[in-house]
Design a protein. Structure first.
Length: 489
């Protein structure tokens, strides 16, 4: 690989023209030269308990355990994905530390477009959820940026060889253990040039094993950012409850299997005329026609049927109870995943509380993005703000921004972002529909009560009247029940 030369192009971004083709198609591993493969272990509940007694010592074991359970347990995976889905990474770009009265409008517009291009190059909505997933699963995401003219790719670094030693611009910096390449030298060319240069330093001086990576291209995002000495998975405390669910499933399977079995006992009469050989022949004939679930024995006792049927008294669904305990231990309502009792209001409030956890990590990602943007010449007077928006509160947030716009406040960009449209898309779609396609003049609204000056007698006769129907989140519990029953209210 050639030596990387940093330069600033017209967009003010770091260009690596001679390696563009490689960076635009990032290779993660060479399958024809794959000398290592991931290994997994089935951790017992006792192992998890031991790891939790000293999370600093067993940091790597805990990380591997949650990674394994994330793939093996649908309950645990769904829990992580639920928290990841509580943010859709809607963002707005706004001016930062400028005087609106004296600033050069053309310069602001030019730099603003460059910031939008940089954010588009990051592919926020496809790359950042991966960061969020790793943070919720393992606690810490270590990454580095590959930057080209029109693409910014985030490469995840191996967590077992990364650490945190400094904070710069409210963002955690990564310290990397370059002994990683002693055993994985075939991967060195798939890392930025900085790694190759610092690995040479390590080879010449083995005491330089741990070296801090350059900022702002390298960073760490941590869920528990109040504990920097080690990583502890946010949901490590419920791993034992996950095992309980599987244990109860196995117990129920065993119980159900036993309930399907029966045993027939054939009596061998005790008398002088008793013929043991004939009794054995009849028993063999009977045993040959019985299904696998029914056993038979030959006994001198009276004939009786023995079955393993369940008792109707005290029979509880232990699996459902174990699943509920698992979600309760995670701090979320189990009714989010199997809603048969809770009201919509209760669920909405529970989701809002959970969203605060996710948004805390998103704010750390926001700091990382701003540190990178503001390190560029074009972005020093701009900042990126991620909205506390998700599919669960999109309508509520959009109504709030729309109402603010109606009173003249500058929330148009935020309203568009909350509805899934970035600022660059607003500009481009407005230009396309109005200037290029002329859709505004092509389509005219149909006449309706909203476009007419007054309603006719026929309209008045068919008007049902009444207030607009309320949203589910605005109803009381009794109101929800009334709607479900189909009564007038």
């Amino acid at each position: 690989m050639g030596k990387q030369t940093k330069k600033t192009n017209v967009d003010g971004m770091i260009g690596i023209s001679q390696r563009f083709a490689v960076l635009n198609r990032l290779i993660t591993r060479d399958l024809n030269n794959n000398t290592s493969a991931p290994t997994f272990s089935l951790y017992s509940k006792d192992n998890i308990t031991e790891y939790l007694t000293n999370p600093y010592t067993y940091e790597k074991q805990l990380r591997k355990a949650v990674t394994y359970i994330y793939g093996a347990s649908s309950h645990f995976r769904r829990l992580i994905q639920y928290f990841t889905g509580l943010s859709d990474f809607a963002y707005v770009v706004s001016p930062y530390r400028i005087d609106p009265k004296s600033v050069n409008v053309k310069s602001v517009n030019r730099n603003y477009r460059k910031v939008l291009n940089a954010m588009s190059a990051m592919n926020v909505r496809s790359q950042f959820p991966k960061i969020l997933t790793v943070c919720l699963r393992e606690d810490t995401f270590y990454g580095t940026l590959w930057v080209t003219n029109d693409n910014i790719t985030i490469q995840q670094l191996p967590s077992d060889y990364c650490g945190i030693s400094t904070i710069e611009g409210n963002v955690l910096n990564v310290t990397f253990d370059f002994s990683y390449f002693d055993a994985h030298s075939q991967y060195l060319e798939y890392y930025p040039t900085e790694f190759q240069q610092k690995y040479k330093v390590y080879q010449s001086n083995r005491r330089a094993r741990w070296q801090e990576l350059d900022s702002p291209t390298s960073f760490a995002i941590k869920c528990n950012n109040d504990i920097l000495d080690y990583s502890i998975p946010p949901f490590a405390g419920i791993l034992r409850e996950v095992y309980d669910v599987e244990d109860y499933k196995q117990l129920k399977l065993t119980k159900t299997t036993l309930e399907n079995y029966a045993m027939l006992v054939m009596t061998l009469g005790i008398s002088e005329d008793g013929d043991l050989d004939k009794a054995k022949e009849f028993w063999r004939n009977l045993d040959s026609v019985l299904p696998e679930e029914i056993g038979s024995v030959l006994s001198p006792m009276p004939i009786s049927k023995i079955s393993f049927e369940k008792s109707n008294t005290g029979d509880t669904d232990t699996i459902s109870e174990a699943e509920q305990n698992m979600f309760t231990a995670a701090g979320v309502s189990s009714l989010l995943f199997n809603n048969d009792k809770a009201s919509a209001n209760a669920l909405l409030l529970s989701i809002k509380a959970d969203q605060a956890i996710t948004f805390g990590i998103v704010k750390s990602i926001e700091d990382m993005v701003n540190r990178f943007i503001q390190s560029q010449s074009y972005g020093k007077n701009f900042k990126v703000t991620f909205l506390d928006c998700s599919p669960f509160n999109r309508k509520e947030l959009g109504d709030m921004y729309l109402k603010a716009c109606q009173f003249g406040l500058p929330f148009i960009s935020m309203y568009a972002a909350s509805q899934g449209m970035s600022q660059s898309e607003v500009d481009c779609m407005s230009f396309l529909e109005n200037e290029v396609l002329g859709l505004a003049s092509m389509f005219k609204p149909l006449q309706s009560s909203s476009t007419l000056s007054g309603s006719s007698d026929s309209n008045a006769a068919t008007d049902e009247g009444g207030a607009p129907q309320k949203d589910t989140g605005d109803l009381t519990d009794s109101g929800e029940q009334t709607r479900e029953d189909g009564d007038d209210w």
